[in-house]
Design a protein around this ligand. Structure first.
Ligand code: 6PG
Length: 506
């Protein structure tokens, strides 16, 4: 039974993420009032966790939860993203939540919904949207947290968010050892920072996921190239990834890849499980949202989009199987040095990864203008160093890059990353060329290289493209010998070929 206004925080939604976040908060000494739509789940949860440092208070309805929480109330909601978030927020308000209370949506909500909700509920409560990354283990022992909402309300949530977030070493940026039940990590810098107004937190979480998509796709392509060119067993690849995890590529995703590749199939102990996993990728939509947003804002996040399309292509399993009988690729046998290929794929992965992050950070830069936010890119990189799915050693480098130059136009222009790509690009190119020669699909490697080469080109073929547009649709073109904004049209197919100066839009 709920006690009167003694809980530091309320939490709604006791699926795995909700349970784990509640236990994480309780481990840090916060008293957590919990509610779940199915009361049995709440009761089982309370019964299974009788002795947490902060304590759990079970609530059978939302009025009890509201009554149990200290003011200003901090109520975390972990329900399915979408209409359920609106419903629960309205129900909380009906149950007595007040104008100063913070309602914090921790699901993977679309940032535009969070912008709308923050506005819609502004005279009834203070609506926050917080990105939470790290999966179930992260939620339990230290996620990366990306909160967005009213700046003046953040101070109420900050102590809780700082306490439960993953921690990294202040100097090196390396994650500090994982917490244990009832024993939270002491010291370190929390992977949580106020991101900005209204939907900024959910936006940044979405970009995190877009980067997650391309990071995973690049690693999968590296695996696939080595597997098919060197004909090695997954176990040997596991050792290669484990070795890579000790250098520049050190990251959670490389670490779990090494672990995945060495695991035997429970049903066929002589074989590896990865070989029995069906090659059709699913998706819940955050990568797609990132790509749509990139298209809407006109930002070339082509590798992120490519990673989404790679999943779509993988899902066409039946079609691909049929096509494989008809569409014949090259006969190719790799006869080069094996170690050289492994090192080349390593470098291609690192260079491509830099491009992927450059695209994600470009998106956030553009979103500042689009949504009138002030995003601290160094701080965002710093809270991705631990806890989240894309945590990686090289995020320390990205943090340093944006700390050195907060106005950095593109990550590729940072001296460290510029030097890395300059040093490794020959091998990167050789891997892309090899993939093309061997007929092995490597869309992420290829699109990252195309991004890099396009971005560094002062001249692109868009001159011809503009001429074509003007030819068939009188869409006009600008000239290199005229000021920007001055447009021209030519009657390309008419005998007199008259060029007309159209407008000066500046
Ligand atoms: C995280 C993950 C998490 C979830 C993805 C999976 O940061 O903890 O990104 O949010 O695992 O949304 O997304 P897909 O199902 O689309 O791969």
């Amino acid at each position: 039974m709920a006690e009167k206004a003694s809980a530091d925080v309320g939490l709604i939604g006791l699926a795995v993420m909700g349970q784990n976040l509640a236990l994480n908060m309780a481990d840090h000494g916060f008293k957590v009032a919990v509610f779940n739509r199915t009361t049995r789940v709440m009761k089982e949860f309370i019964a299974a966790n009788p002795d947490t440092p902060g304590g759990l208070v079970g609530c059978e309805n939302l009025s009890e939860l509201v009554a149990a929480a200290k003011k200003p109330r901090k109520i975390v909601i972990l329900v399915k993203a979408g209409p359920a978030v609106d419903t629960v927020t309205k129900q909380l308000i009906e149950a007595g939540a007040e104008k100063d209370d913070l309602i914090v949506d921790c699901g993977n909500s679309q940032w535009t919904d969070t912008i709308r909700r923050e506005k819609e509920f502004s005279d009834r409560c203070r609506f926050f949207g917080s990105g939470v990354s790290g999966g179930e283990t992260g939620a339990r022992f230290g996620p990366s947290l990306m909160p967005g909402g009213a700046a003046d309300a953040w101070k109420h949530l900050e102590p809780i968010w700082n306490a439960i977030a993953a921690k990294v070493d202040a100097e090196t940026g390396k994650p500090i050892e994982t917490a244990k039940p009832g024993r939270p990590v002491k010291g370190g810098v929390p992977c949580s920072a106020y991101i900005g107004e209204n939907g900024a937190g959910h936006y940044v979480k979405m970009v995190h996921n877009g980067i997650e998509y391309i990071d995973m796709q690049l690693i999968s392509e590296a695996y696939f190239l080595l597997r098919n060119l060197l004909h090695v067993e997954p176990e040997e690849l596991s050792q290669i990834f484990a070795r890579w995890n000790e250098g520049d590529l050190d990251s959670y995703l490389i670490e779990i890849t090494a672990d995945i590749l060495k695991q035997r199939d429970p049903d066929h102990p002589d074989a590896f499980l990865v070989d029995y996993v069906l090659d059709t990728a699913q998706q819940k939509g955050t990568g797609k949202w990132t790509s749509i947003n990139a298209l809407d804002m006109g930002i070339p996040a082509n590798s992120i989009a490519e990673a989404v399309f790679a999943r779509c292509l993988s899902a066409l399993k039946v079609e691909r199987e049929a096509a494989s009988q008809h569409l014949i690729g090259p006969e190719y046998q790799y006869n080069g040095d094996r170690n050289e290929l492994v090192n080349a794929v390593h470098d291609a992965l690192y260079c491509s990864k830099i491009c992927a992050y450059a695209q994600g950070f470009q998106l956030m830069r553009a979103a500042e203008t689009e949504y009138k936010w002030k995003l601290d890119l160094a701080s965002i990189a710093s809270i991705w160093r631990g806890g989240c799915i894309i945590r990686a050693r090289f995020l320390q480098r990205i943090t340093a890059a944006y700390a050195r130059d907060p106005q950095l136009v593109n990550l590729l222009l940072d001296p460290y990353f510029k030097e890395q790509i300059q040093r490794n690009q020959t091998r990167w190119r050789s891997v892309v060329a090899l993939a093309a020669q061997a007929g092995i699909a490597a869309p992420a490697f290829m699109s990252a290289l195309a991004y890099h080469d396009g971005y560094r080109s002062a001249q692109l073929p868009a001159n011809l493209l503009q001429a074509q547009r003007d030819y068939f649709g009188a869409h006009t073109y600008e000239r290199i010998d005229q000021p920007r904004g001055v447009s021209f049209h030519l009657d390309w197919s008419k005998p007199d070929r008259r060029q007309i100066k159209i407008t000066d839009s500046h």
